[in-house]
Design a protein around this ligand. Structure first.
Ligand code: SIN
Length: 299
């Protein structure tokens, strides 16, 4: 008899904390929260510390009506620490760390950058911690971003499965992403340099269950785009396990979905969330800019 999938229950905790300097409004039961009425370019140290705490708690936070330019984006980003290396682009003119994510209205491809479930650049030895994405132009509908809470997904596994996964190391590489992109539209995936491409294809092995450096929380660290195998296992063994875990993480109970407006800024914690960009707005232009902030070697 095939078991009918039951709704997970019992471990949701996305209630806002009581802060002194910011107001936080949760987006969904699983994760995500709006920072209400804040100017991100003018945060006191105390308010910024609360924004950081809110991000660790809600995994993704966002603010409306920011309308930053590249310089303001960089200045705000640097409050989170140094920039992470980026394998895919050399930034925009004059702002090497501001990565353009632009889809033109006449572009037609099944292979939109970021449209599979992923965590940012996990093939790096020290993958990015926080990503900051801002919107300039968005479609009138569609083009949402969706996130999944990988710490909640870990908590919702059986103790037996948690124990089996905890010692495992997952190999993260850009090789499948590049191959898939080529199949989708015949074009090579863009990399910042040949050296960046080679390093991204080689990738790195990281703990499949990682420990958050600030909170100690455990989360699943794998995705559909970059996880290519489990160290010490055959592909026949590892791929079904990775597929099962990807389906588990990305079930809608663990997600939050944001409809963009121009001038929004989102921040997410790549250590504890996956995300995807919906590729559903052919005929409309979407212009976004991203910075990724240095993380650490996952433990
Ligand atoms: C990304 O994957 O970093 C981009 C997400 C988006 O464009 O919504």
């Amino acid at each position: 008899m095939r078991e009918v999938r039951l709704s997970p229950a019992g471990s949701y905790d996305n209630a806002p904390r009581a802060y002194s300097h910011i107001t936080v409004r949760p987006l969904a039961s699983a994760m995500g929260a709006e920072l209400v009425g804040l100017d991100l370019t003018a945060l006191s140290e105390a308010a910024f510390a609360e924004v950081q705490d809110a991000l660790w708690r809600h995994k993704m936070v966002y603010a409306r009506q920011q309308h930053m330019d590249h310089a303001a984006h960089e200045a705000f980003a640097l409050r989170w620490g140094p920039f992470a290396p980026d394998a895919y682009t050399n930034g925009v003119p004059g702002h090497v760390n501001v990565q353009p994510l632009i889809k033109e209205a006449d572009a037609r491809s099944k292979g939109l950058f970021g449209s599979g479930w992923h965590t940012d650049s996990p093939f790096l030895p020290e993958p990015p911690g926080v990503t900051i994405l801002r919107s300039v132009e968005v479609p009138p509908w569609g083009g949402d971003t969706v996130w999944a809470n990988t710490a909640l997904a870990y908590r919702m596994l059986s103790p037996a499965m948690q124990a089996m996964l905890r010692p495992l190391q997952v190999r993260m590489s850009a090789v499948s992403n590049a191959w898939t992109q080529k199949q989708a539209d015949g074009k090579e995936l863009n990399f910042a340099s040949e050296a960046a491409r080679a390093a991204a294809f080689e990738g790195n092995a990281h703990p499949l269950v990682r420990t958050h450096p600030m909170t100690g929380e455990l989360s699943l660290y794998l995705d559909e785009v970059y996880a290519v195998g489990i160290e010490g296992m055959t592909q026949t063994e590892s791929i079904p396990l990775l597929d099962m875990l990807s389906r588990h993480i990305t079930q809608h109970h663990f997600t939050a979905r944001l409809r963009w407006e121009p001038g929004m800024v989102t921040m997410w914690d790549n250590r504890a969330a996956l995300h995807l960009a919906a590729n559903d707005y052919d005929g409309f232009r979407r212009e976004m800019y991203r910075t990724t902030m240095a993380g650490e070697r996952p433990i």
